[in-house]
Design a protein around this ligand. Structure first.
Ligand code: FES
Length: 573
């Protein structure tokens, strides 16, 4: 089979001389025009630790691609730093960036008929964006994760990005000096790499390695390691093999692979953002995945890993113990993963793990199944009059399973941050942050700043927080996000008033405001949708196209046929 079946559309066609002239003019020797073209997309950019080294890794991918007799063509797309934008209005662009990344990779590879795609990605939304594009294109593809950052240190205290937010809470509380506050900021991020706990980037990286779309060890090799550079160099050989065997993303992204990914994120105690992203990736791959699937896995799979945010260790610690493959092997032997699924190595997961040792009793990062951190999953899907279409709770077990109390309501993250600064939050309250959903935010911003400030102020185990926005993977505490329908769409969360009694119960998977139906109906009749928070541009386009959180905040939901058309690439294939 010809390996250049897409690029040959213009490199072989005598009636497309301009296409060939431009390729030759851009430095591709004429003799190479019949080689497979591999699009290599990096989300590298300066000014963010997660992305600062990605263009260098993309160079290494290109070297490997060229060394294997193909033409590597680098291009860039955007990224939005969640660390930098958390706590400010820039965060509105974060989830939007997932769609921009997906759309731009699809557009580049589709327009230029690349035969295969390698993506080099680092920060939270980079990875699902890349996977969505690769699934849409359905051409041989592989993702290279930029890798996790090393931990920082200050005065003997181990640090990571979330330490900064929590230090802010302590500063407000008078618990640390200004000098120590600055010292923590200066030392929290000691070099390249994505945020180091089991936050969203490492969660998605582990999920995607378990889906089979990145090479073994990709998610746990640290950003500055020799292994990470070697992974980038090796990518060319694997791309060639994928082309040769015609293994495409939808051969890998099957329903059982998503079930494996759900098991992995549950065992690792991963980020709630995975709910949005895996539903969106599945949609692009033509696989039906719903919030109920997450609940089903949570009902039967425990949390085993003692990883931050609620645990002790960072991803670099797991890397030192054998990385995600060691966890996979442990779960495979326990019967929790299906091993006979194809991966980008051209082998099944079980074949990839033949020489990998499971994690044993010599370590305490991954508990044995007989002594889990939590007997069931931490991601719980809740329903009730506050969330008729569902909400996502992250319950580590340390906060208890039930919380009830009077509501204190804020109509924006800024209002809540001000409320925290003014000392308005009291123990026992249910903090409601609304109009921060996919449309209301817009962009469903993460509430890391207020949740960390609440933690830092010593209220973490004394209040609960519900929102139609999202939480960072770094958030911990009794928190429920993704409340759907969102306030902007007139969901009941829009009708809650200060002092209303709210009952949240993760054991019965319910969340209700105890206001009788007649009163809620009266409030609903008086409710008016606020004006959108933006007047134009990409965020207004997003408001008009984004689906609700229960559908993964995708922007092409209307294409129902697409979901059922696994044989047909929605792009130019
Ligand atoms: Fe990029 Fe956290 S800001 S992974």
């Amino acid at each position: 089979m010809a390996l250049n079946k897409y690029s040959s559309i213009y490199t072989k066609d005598d009636s497309l001389p301009a296409s060939q002239a431009m390729l030759i003019g851009s430095g591709i020797p004429e003799a190479d025009l019949r080689k497979p073209f591999v699009g290599i997309c990096s989300t590298g950019f300066e000014g963010n630790t997660c992305n600062m080294h990605l263009n260098g890794l993309a160079d290494a991918v290109k070297m490997g691609v060229q060394a294997n007799g193909m033409v590597g063509l680098r291009f860039n797309t955007i990224g939005v730093s969640d660390g930098i934008t958390n706590g400010n209005a820039g965060m509105r662009f974060s989830l939007v960036s997932r769609e921009l990344i997906a759309d731009s990779i699809e557009a580049m590879a589709g327009a230029h008929y690349y035969d295969a795609v390698a993506t080099v990605v680092g920060c939270d939304k980079n990875m699902p964006g890349a996977l969505i594009a690769m699934a849409r294109l359905n051409r041989p593809s592989l993702m290279v994760y930029g890798g996790t950052i090393k931990g920082g240190e200050y005065k003997g205290q181990k640090l990571n990005i979330v330490s900064c937010f929590e230090a802010y809470g302590k500063k407000l509380n008078g618990a640390i000096s200004d000098e120590d506050y600055r010292g923590i900021i200066r030392n929290a991020c000691p070099g390249p790499g994505a945020c180091g706990g089991m936050y969203t980037a490492n969660t998605m990286a582990a999920a995607i390695e378990t889906l089979g779309m990145s090479l073994p060890f990709s998610s746990s090799s640290t950003a500055v390691s020799a292994e990470k550079n070697q992974e980038a160099l090796d990518t060319g050989a694997y791309i060639l093999q994928l082309l040769d065997k015609d293994i495409k993303p939808r051969d890998i992204l099957v329903r059982e692979a998503f079930e494996n990914a759900l098991v992995m994120i549950t065992v690792l105690g991963g980020s709630t953002n995975a709910v949005l992203h895996l539903i969106a990736i599945a949609h692009a791959a033509g696989v039906k995945l719903t919030m109920e699937d997450f609940q089903e896995v949570s009902n039967r799979v425990p949390v085993l890993a003692d990883l931050k945010p609620s645990g002790k260790y960072l991803m670099e610690d797991l890397s030192a113990l054998g990385g995600v493959p060691a966890v996979q092997k442990t779960l495979l032997e326990a019967g929790l993963l299906k091993g006979d699924l194809m991966t980008v190595t051209g082998k099944t997961m079980a074949e990839n793990l033949v020489d990998v040792k499971p994690l044993g009793e010599e370590q305490d990062l991954l508990r044995p199944l007989s002594n889990p951190i939590k007997a069931d999953g931490h991601i719980q899907i809740l329903y009730g009059n506050l969330a008729t279409k569902g909400a996502v709770a992250k319950i580590s077990g340390k906060e208890g399973l039930r919380f009830e109390g009077p509501a204190i309501v804020f109509n924006s993250e800024e209002d809540l941050n001000e409320g925290i600064t003014l000392g308005k939050i009291q123990a026992g309250q249910v903090v409601v942050i609304r109009y921060v959903g996919p449309k209301g935010g817009p962009g469903m911003p993460e509430m890391l700043k207020p949740t960390s400030a609440i933690m830092g102020a010593g209220l973490g185990d004394k209040v609960a927080l519900i929102t139609d926005g999202r939480f960072s993977g770094g958030t911990h505490g009794f928190v429920i996000g993704h409340v759907c329908p969102e306030a902007y769409d007139g969901g009941t969360i829009a009708l809650v008033e200060d002092g209303d009694w709210i009952v949240l119960d993760a054991s019965t998977n319910t969340m209700d405001v105890q206001v009788d139906e007649a009163e809620l109906a009266l409030r609903r009749s008086q409710w008016q949708r606020p004006k959108p928070n933006v007047q134009g541009g990409v965020l207004l386009k997003y408001i008009r196209t984004v689906s609700d959180a229960s559908h993964g905040c995708i922007t092409d939901l209307q294409e129902e046929a697409y979901v059922n058309a696994r044989e047909t690439s929605p792009s130019l294939a």
